[in-house]
Design a protein around this ligand. Sequence first.
Ligand SMILES: NC(=O)c1ccc[n+]([C@@H]2O[C@H](COP(=O)([O-])OP(=O)(O)OC[C@H]3O[C@@H](n4cnc5c(N)ncnc54)[C@H](OP(=O)(O)O)[C@@H]3O)[C@@H](O)[C@H]2O)c1
Length: 261
Amino acid sequence: MSVAQWHDCLLVGYAAASVFVFVMLQFFVKAAYGKHKADQLAWWWGPGVPTRVSWIVMEAPSSIGFALIYFAGARAFDAAPLVLLLMWQAHYFQRSFIYPFIRSVRPGDTTPLLIPAMAFVTNLGISFLNATILSWTEVRADYGAGWLTDPRFLAGAALFVAGYHINRKADRMLAALRKPGETGYRIPRGWLYEKISCPNYFGECLIWAGWAIATWSSAGVVFVLWTLANLLPRALSTHRWYREKFPDYPSARRAVIPGVL
Ligand SMILES: NC(=O)c1ccc[n+]([C@@H]2O[C@H](COP(=O)([O-])OP(=O)(O)OC[C@H]3O[C@@H](n4cnc5c(N)ncnc54)[C@H](OP(=O)(O)O)[C@@H]3O)[C@@H](O)[C@H]2O)c1
């Protein structure tokens, strides 16, 4: 099979897997980390890995793996692909090597091995799909220098930046909820948290919607589907968790889309 055929097969595979993952996470199981770990843990999740290590293992393929695949392409030094590479790395370098150290981690907290193991593999596949469309002539879309002034790139980049701002600010606000030594949970207050329980997931979805528009690619669309499949069920269960745990939880707050869901 040619590289293009492999690429197409993987695209279809991820689109189908998105539907499967959404159904599983929405109706049958919650990923056993963070606030949903206690009620989900079972032997088949595997032994616990220190949570900071788990985050680095999960996300590093999307930074290092993406860069290696990208620079194996013949058009890696073209201007527009380089800008798109920088956008991707602005997110994933931070997520892999900075976020694990600024996230609040309860002393001794672990994440079951199955989670970083599955994320390592699936993030590598997503990286292959999205890196190759930028720089591999076999599968790449047309990103000449003019792409950087194309309205699709400009609109997508604007959405990406807005999502990035929302995602990072929401994550910083969560990290600030616990004072040193605290391990419990509080109701987040202020800013977008007055509208939705999970502005971090809302921002993440905007980032990848922006990426899909800025790259105008099926790889970008499949990544949005994949992100929604993982984060929509998580946002809904997190919203339910807040309402059950805090009797005074603000009733007007929605889960993940202000005023809608
Ligand atoms: N692209 C994807 O598919 C994907 C998938 C998952 C995550 N992500 C991104 O990764 C980032 C983290 O995701 P996550 O699922 O770990 O988010 P999360 O469950 O909201 O937790 C984020 C951090 O905040 C703490 N925290 C959450 N709610 C809190 C509260 N009410 N009071 C005190 N501390 C609280 C958590 O502590 P505990 O760990 O102790 O709960 C954790 O340290 C987000 O930006 C998300 O968008 C992306």
